[in-house]
Write a protein that binds this ligand. Structure first.
Ligand code: CU
Length: 120
Protein backbone atom coordinates (compact mmCIF):
# COMPACT_ATOMS: atom_id res chain seq x y z
CA UNK A 1 0.00 0.00 0.00
CA UNK A 2 2.79 2.40 0.98
CA UNK A 3 4.74 1.45 -2.12
CA UNK A 4 1.75 2.22 -4.36
CA UNK A 5 1.28 5.63 -2.73
CA UNK A 6 4.95 6.49 -3.24
CA UNK A 7 4.67 5.33 -6.84
CA UNK A 8 1.71 7.63 -7.44
CA UNK A 9 3.50 10.57 -5.83
CA UNK A 10 6.54 9.96 -8.04
CA UNK A 11 4.28 9.74 -11.08
CA UNK A 12 2.51 13.00 -10.16
CA UNK A 13 5.83 14.79 -9.68
CA UNK A 14 7.05 13.42 -13.01
CA UNK A 15 4.00 14.85 -14.78
CA UNK A 16 4.52 18.25 -13.12
CA UNK A 17 8.14 18.36 -14.23
CA UNK A 18 7.39 17.33 -17.82
CA UNK A 19 4.27 19.49 -18.38
CA UNK A 20 5.86 22.98 -18.60
CA UNK A 21 8.34 21.85 -21.26
CA UNK A 22 5.52 20.60 -23.48
CA UNK A 23 3.41 23.76 -23.40
CA UNK A 24 4.88 26.44 -25.67
CA UNK A 25 4.67 29.97 -24.31
CA UNK A 26 2.04 31.95 -26.29
CA UNK A 27 3.50 34.66 -28.47
CA UNK A 28 2.82 38.36 -27.91
CA UNK A 29 3.98 40.96 -30.40
CA UNK A 30 5.15 44.32 -29.14
CA UNK A 31 5.85 47.16 -31.56
CA UNK A 32 7.38 50.51 -30.74
CA UNK A 33 8.02 53.22 -33.34
CA UNK A 34 8.91 54.32 -35.92
CA UNK A 35 6.48 57.11 -34.96
CA UNK A 36 5.31 57.83 -31.42
CA UNK A 37 3.28 54.65 -31.03
CA UNK A 38 3.57 51.53 -28.89
CA UNK A 39 1.38 48.44 -29.20
CA UNK A 40 1.10 44.93 -27.78
CA UNK A 41 -0.90 42.42 -29.80
CA UNK A 42 -1.77 38.74 -29.82
CA UNK A 43 -2.91 37.22 -33.10
CA UNK A 44 -3.22 40.75 -34.52
CA UNK A 45 -5.50 41.96 -31.73
CA UNK A 46 -4.64 44.44 -29.00
CA UNK A 47 -3.84 42.67 -25.74
CA UNK A 48 -6.16 43.69 -22.89
CA UNK A 49 -6.54 40.49 -20.83
CA UNK A 50 -4.24 37.50 -20.41
CA UNK A 51 -4.12 34.43 -18.23
CA UNK A 52 -1.18 34.16 -15.85
CA UNK A 53 1.73 32.19 -17.24
CA UNK A 54 4.75 32.24 -19.43
CA UNK A 55 4.69 34.34 -22.62
CA UNK A 56 7.14 34.94 -25.42
CA UNK A 57 7.38 38.66 -26.11
CA UNK A 58 8.60 39.41 -29.62
CA UNK A 59 9.45 43.10 -29.61
CA UNK A 60 9.91 45.02 -32.86
CA UNK A 61 11.72 48.20 -31.90
CA UNK A 62 11.64 50.42 -34.97
CA UNK A 63 13.41 53.54 -33.75
CA UNK A 64 16.55 54.55 -31.87
CA UNK A 65 14.59 57.07 -29.77
CA UNK A 66 12.18 54.58 -28.16
CA UNK A 67 12.43 51.60 -25.84
CA UNK A 68 9.95 48.95 -24.69
CA UNK A 69 9.50 48.54 -20.94
CA UNK A 70 7.19 46.04 -19.25
CA UNK A 71 6.05 46.66 -15.68
CA UNK A 72 3.75 44.94 -13.22
CA UNK A 73 1.71 47.68 -11.53
CA UNK A 74 -0.40 45.67 -9.06
CA UNK A 75 -0.33 42.21 -7.51
CA UNK A 76 3.43 42.39 -7.27
CA UNK A 77 6.37 44.42 -8.47
CA UNK A 78 8.38 43.61 -11.57
CA UNK A 79 9.90 45.73 -14.27
CA UNK A 80 12.15 45.05 -17.22
CA UNK A 81 13.37 47.03 -20.19
CA UNK A 82 12.80 44.57 -23.05
CA UNK A 83 14.55 46.75 -25.64
CA UNK A 84 16.86 49.69 -25.01
CA UNK A 85 16.44 53.19 -26.44
CA UNK A 86 19.29 52.91 -28.96
CA UNK A 87 18.40 49.37 -30.02
CA UNK A 88 16.62 48.95 -33.37
CA UNK A 89 15.51 45.50 -34.45
CA UNK A 90 13.62 42.52 -33.09
CA UNK A 91 14.20 40.93 -29.73
CA UNK A 92 12.53 37.91 -28.12
CA UNK A 93 12.11 37.76 -24.34
CA UNK A 94 10.25 35.15 -22.30
CA UNK A 95 8.34 36.59 -19.34
CA UNK A 96 6.24 34.89 -16.69
CA UNK A 97 3.19 37.09 -16.15
CA UNK A 98 1.62 36.99 -12.71
CA UNK A 99 -1.88 38.13 -11.76
CA UNK A 100 -2.32 41.87 -11.64
CA UNK A 101 -2.33 45.00 -13.72
CA UNK A 102 0.53 45.40 -16.19
CA UNK A 103 1.80 48.35 -18.17
CA UNK A 104 4.03 48.57 -21.22
CA UNK A 105 5.56 51.87 -22.18
CA UNK A 106 8.39 53.76 -23.79
CA UNK A 107 10.45 55.30 -20.98
CA UNK A 108 11.49 58.56 -22.75
CA UNK A 109 7.87 59.22 -23.78
CA UNK A 110 5.98 57.48 -20.98
CA UNK A 111 3.27 60.14 -20.68
CA UNK A 112 2.00 59.48 -24.22
CA UNK A 113 3.36 56.07 -25.22
CA UNK A 114 1.87 53.39 -22.99
CA UNK A 115 -0.74 50.65 -22.73
CA UNK A 116 -2.26 48.48 -20.02
CA UNK A 117 -3.44 44.90 -19.76
CA UNK A 118 -4.78 42.73 -16.96
CA UNK A 119 -3.51 39.28 -16.04
CA UNK A 120 -6.01 36.98 -14.31
CU1 CU B 1 9.41 56.76 -27.16
Amino acid sequence: MKRITLGLVALALGVLVIAPAQAAAPKLVGTVGPGFTITLTSGGKKVSKLKAGKYTFVIADKASIHDFVLEQKSGGKWEKQLTSVLFVGTKTVTVTLKKGKWKYYCAPHESSMFGFFTVT
